[in-house]
Design a protein around this ligand. Structure first.
Ligand code: IMP
Ligand code: MG
Length: 173
């Protein structure tokens, strides 16, 4: 769906928007594991601001390609974000449940403000109201893998983005 070159061009663009939004202010980039580790790594290297990097882990217990209840797998330490400006980074904004829950938690922990930056946005799938402040690419309602995104834990290491259907998975028994 997107080649490595197309992805990196999109990240250049996204990083420029983030940089001009924050001006010369310092902020904390919070990467939501596991899916956003590839995107976050390319993104932060294109942001010249003084930033700190942090990680939270949230699993949305997918049954195949459908999202289920959320579970924290890595919780922020207390006071980590108190008074700080936070940029949440995720691989994809789908139903909106993950970003909405993480955002509420960080605000509850005293973050000064929380903005969000996603590699992909699938607006057609939204179940809770959520708008990302920075979006790399908007895509249709298709399941995708690669560049950090998985199916059953696999394919995160593909350097490009591909559409995926479980029936076509070569590792299927
Ligand atoms: P949410 O539904 O917005 O909470 O998205 C939760 C998570 O679902 C994302 O961070 C991804 O890990 C995963 N996800 C949603 N759509 C896709 C997809 O097309 N491919 C791979 N993972 C996805
Ligand atoms: Mg995932």
């Amino acid at each position: 769906m997107l080649s490595e070159e197309e992805i990196l061009a999109g990240i250049d663009r996204t990083a420029r928007s983030v940089t001009s939004f924050y001006g010369d202010e310092e902020f904390v980039v919070v990467s939501i594991l596991k899916g956003s580790f590839v995107f976050a790594s390319d993104l932060v290297r294109r942001i010249p601001n003084r930033i700190e990097l942090s990680f939270v882990g949230v699993s949305s217990y997918r049954d195949g390609t459908e999202s289920g209840p959320l579970e924290w797998t890595l919780f922020p330490t207390e006071d980590e974000f108190a008074g700080r400006r936070v940029l949440l980074v995720d691989d994809i904004l789908d139903t909106g449940r993950t970003l909405s829950a993480v955002r509420s938690e960080l605000l509850e922990q005293g973050a000064r403000d929380v903005h969000s930056c996603v590699f992909l946005d699938k607006p057609a799938r939204r179940a809770v109201e959520f708008r990302a402040d920075f979006v790399g690419f908007e895509i249709d309602d298709v399941y995708v893998v690669g560049y950090g995104l998985d199916w059953a834990g696999r394919y995160r290491n593909l350097p490009y983005l591909a559409t995926f259907s479980p029936e076509a998975d070569p590792s299927r028994p």
